[in-house]
Design a protein around this ligand. Sequence first.
Ligand code: ZN
Length: 444
Amino acid sequence: MRPTLPWAMLLAAIALPAAAEPVLLENARVFDGTRDLGITPVLIDGARIVHVGNPLPAAATGARRIDYHGKTLLPGLVSDHAHVGNTDGLEHGDRYYTRDNVVRDLRQFQRYGVTTVTALGMNGHDFFAIRREVNADPKLGAQLYGAGGGIGAVDGAPPAAAMGLQRDAVARPRNAEEARAAVASQQADGVDLIKLWVDNLGGKVPMMPAEIYRAAIAEAHARGLKVAAHIRDLDQARDLVDARVDIIAHGIRDRAVDPMLVRKMREQGTGYIATVNIDEANYWYAENPQQLQTPFLRAALPSTVRERWEQPQWQSQQLAGAGIPGARKAVEMNLENLRRVYAGGVKLGFGTDSGAMPQRVIGFAEHRELKLLTEAGLSPARALQVATADAADLLGLADRGRIATGKRADLLVLDADPLADIENSRSIRVVWQAGQEVAGPITE
Ligand SMILES: [Zn+2]
């Protein structure tokens, strides 16, 4: 059975607040999520795009006009893998999972142009109420979807101590029967998809047994839910694809992916989210301290984090860390495997794991990931497609990720052209969400 998501029903039930009058965005170059449309008008009415291109319909006559000459318009970015409410300054853990911290994170995503966020596990029990509240009000930040607590391994990933999980909302089934029950209970709670962790963290903790993840995947599919799996290594990715997992939620980082697996992923339509930034974040900030002076990064960092990272002693200690050579190797392997799966026609998704830890910087990480996608050989246009149209498709969100008639008016207006240089994705002028201007340029 082909999994379908309940989101379409959920979205239909949410009445989006309407803008007072139609708005005509003029003279901008439009990247519609898959291609460059050139200079093209976009008409918004209420929360939706109602027309793209010339000639304009009669409804455009009375519209409020906004001149975006010299600007580039993109769909709002969509993250398929992030976390919210898990950090506070230099700290992280589930004691920070409060409504206000989740809204704080969703607002930050939104300021950085990410208008849809999938919180892939480690959500507290308040997730469902918060999702309902924020998805009805664009002023509260990016639209939120997610996997609730997710399903992890007994005494394993996600590691409760390292992740600061004191009230551990992660289900940790001991056998296939409990795995099926965990999927049923999470569906009853209202998750948008199922998250699994299949990783022994380099042999430090027990791996989730195949019997358990296979049972969870089969149960999820029988219930019409998709499954995204955290992995690190090739063996687990291969067996999960064999078990028809829908989404590999991190890049394969121990060994090069083989053509057989690439072909199988393409044939089964498995989504692949590389999250290259996840390992790079462990050294990149210490290695590029000059970046801490740019408003685009400074504005994303809590003051405690900024002050710590500005210390030369912290920078040298961080770079001398025992895990850093491994992190660099993981980034190289991740980029190489991304090249291979991309060349092999595998469906890509977009995410960074931002928000899970303080160094996985919400908003900034997503723009860094766009750059990393181009380092794996994607053109800027293709990288932007991954982060918009493809990322929405991966999650079955048919109402977004594209600038087209009927889609949500979730838009990113840039001062400089990201198709010429992907780092121009940072030149944010305005963020629109559901037809409302919700954020402006990023300043400190
Ligand atoms: Zn994650």
